[in-house]
Design a protein around this ligand. Structure first.
Ligand SMILES: Cc1cc2nc3c(=O)[nH]c(=O)nc-3n(C[C@H](O)[C@H](O)[C@H](O)COP(=O)(O)OP(=O)(O)OC[C@H]3O[C@@H](n4cnc5c(N)ncnc54)[C@H](O)[C@@H]3O)c2cc1C
Length: 343
């Protein structure tokens, strides 16, 4: 019946399913907890690049993915007949001091080459109406950054997949090729089997404000992402916690994020908090994505290690995995191979 069975209905599993379906494969998805039940069911959704310098495989993959993202999410939305929240409105970052200003100017030149004229990284001194304070009076504006709404985007993918005949199950017998995209669960399972840590979970907490800045550039200030969603909400995140007891509880650590957000934009003190959310990012030992044959079963596949950029790299990861699984084409960068990431 099925050519491909995907375990895990997070952004990796869903995106790979979408790419497989587009190539004609029959796909089923198994997830006992449902769509977006793990790290992917959140509220932030920044699709933002690394700085254009010290270029490496991860930065190139992320760049390619961000460029692909617009078409990817448009196709999903057309099929699903619902929004994913995708908007490419760029990103604004305050420049703290003269040293940072000098670096930004160097990066502006780097971006011209590394971003191949497809996006820009500029120093601007005329701030748009919604901007964080900047000590130097200058900001970085990059036109590559976009955002989606993670939970909504996962459900748009589910609906798009269903229009193409993909079935979703809490449990079912695996058929055809099996791909494990089960996030932190698999990193822990593999660690247990190898009797040493090959990856772990890093908890993150975020808050969603009723604060309508739809259409504005997202902001990165005081190490916080401010993501103005299409629906008039503003996501602010995130914490980064290696030690935690409850993976999905929000607590005082988030309160400090909220206070820092209010220090950047004092108006937020009067905005209603619509939602708080916590999840656990899958982080491989190498901090890189882990793509290829599964280390516990050579007949199966793995896509894991999205860590802090899982949504940003999902379109590229989907292409790489569909090439590998369906066409036997190996385009997995060495740094993301299972051996270099886990073993
Ligand atoms: C607070 C926070 C903010 C973030 N912000 C951003 C951001 O702004 N931009 C960005 O790009 N990324 C961001 N991330 C990271 C991103 O969310 C993750 O990289 C991504 O969601 C990982 O996706 P995944 O599909 O690999 O794993 P998950 O989303 O965790 O999905 C794994 C799925 O596997 C299922 N599962 C578990 N065991 C089994 C099993 N045995 N069989 C079948 N299914 C199973 C689970 O139920 C789950 O649904 C953020 C993460 C957090 C926590």
């Amino acid at each position: 019946m099925y050519d491909v069975t995907i375990r895990g209905a997070g952004i990796f599993g869903l995106s790979i399913a979408w790419e497989c379906v587009k190539r004609g494969a029959k796909v089923q998805i198994i997830d006992p907890h449902g769509v977006g039940a793990g790290a992917s069911g959140g509220i932030v959704g920044a699709l933002a690049p690394h700085v254009p310098e010290n270029w490496n495989a991860k930065k190139e993959l992320q760049f390619q993915s961000l460029i692909k993202a617009e078409r990817f999410w448009n196709e999903v939305e057309e099929n699903a007949q619902m929004t994913s929240g995708y908007m490419r409105t760029g990103r604004l970052q305050p420049i703290a001091d003269e040293h940072a200003l000098m670096l930004a100017k160097v990066r502006n030149c780097n971006a011209k080459e590394l971003w191949k004229g497809l996006a820009s990284f500029e120093v601007v001194s005329d701030a748009p109406t919604w901007a964080p304070p900047s000590p130097t009076g200058h900001w970085i504006y990059d036109s590559l950054s976009a955002h989606i709404h993670p939970y909504t985007a996962c459900h748009a993918l589910k609906r798009a997949l269903e229009t193409q005949g993909v079935t979703f199950h809490a449990e079912s017998e695996a058929q055809g090729m099996t791909l494990w995209a089960t996030g932190v669960h698999d990193l822990l399972r593999i660690s247990q089997a190898f009797e040493r840590p090959v990856g772990n979970g890093v908890k993150g907490q975020a808050a969603l404000f009723d604060f309508d800045k739809a259409g504005c550039a997202q902001i990165f200030a005081d190490s916080l992402h401010f993501v103005p969603h299409k629906d008039g909400s503003l996501a602010v995140g995130s914490t980064s916690e290696r030690d935690y007891i409850d993976p999905v509880a929000t607590d005082d650590v988030l309160l400090s994020v909220i206070n820092r957000a209010i220090a950047v934009f004092p108006e937020l003190a009067y905005a209603k908090i619509l939602k708080t959310w916590a999840g656990v990012r899958p982080r491989a030992k190498s901090r890189a994505p882990v793509l290829g044959r599964h280390p516990l079963d050579d007949s199966a596949y793995i896509a894991n290690g999205g860590f802090k950029i899982g949504f940003g790299i999902a379109p590229a990861v989907a292409t790489i995995m569909a090439d590998f699984m369906l066409e036997g084409k190996e385009t997995i960068p060495d740094d993301f191979s299972v051996d270099s990431c886990l073993l």
